[in-house]
Ligand binder design. Structure first.
Ligand SMILES: [Zn+2]
Length: 173
């Protein structure tokens, strides 16, 4: 693995681990390393489709497929500072119950309620990294059940935390 990517991967370890999920609230880890930006997203499945179990009918299957499609469209979901000229390098998205082995994504809390998380990872490369001062998200426009995104950021200007909401969807530093 190239050194910058290794450095970015190591930086993920300095960010605090995530607690059990709260419905309506997601977690976002942002690592800025030279010209690359890595975004690690964790969302309760409930915040996207309103359920956290195997789909019962075609309508629910379609909702999962639609969420998967939205989450894979990184260039629409994440808008870095335009003058930084960032382009998508990769988008890895794991939406539970979309056909693969979903056991790992499902966990149980007290009272036997089942929960499931979406995990996604996006990498952008910026042609003008010096201009990179913000990343706006359109997640709240796509998922009306999502009302908060807790962000942990680490990069050349240090570490920081920020809360994004439908009214304040721009992470800036
Ligand atoms: Zn849940």
């Amino acid at each position: 693995m190239k050194l910058p990517l290794l450095f970015a991967a190591c930086l993920f370890f300095v960010l605090p681990a995530h607690a059990q999920h709260k419905h309506g609230e997601g977690q976002l880890d942002v690592v800025i390393d030279k010209d690359s930006v890595t975004l690690g997203l964790e969302l309760p499945l409930d915040a996207t489709v309103g359920f956290e179990r195997t789909p019962k009918n075609d309508k629910e299957k379609a909702a999962l497929a639609a969420a998967d499609k939205v989450l894979k469209d990184a260039a629409t979901l994440w808008l870095p500072t335009p003058t930084a000229n960032c382009t998508v390098q990769s988008a890895q998205v794991q939406v539970p119950f979309t056909g693969g082995d979903d056991q790992h994504a499902q966990h149980q809390h007290e009272g036997a309620a089942h929960h499931a998380d979406i995990d996604a990872r996006y990498v952008f490369r910026c042609a003008n990294p010096a201009a990179l001062k913000s990343v706006e998200t359109t997640l709240f426009k796509h998922f009306k059940r999502l009302y908060r995104l807790e962000v942990q950021r680490v990069g050349p200007s240090g570490q920081g935390a920020q809360r994004l909401t439908p009214k304040a969807p721009v992470l800036s530093w």
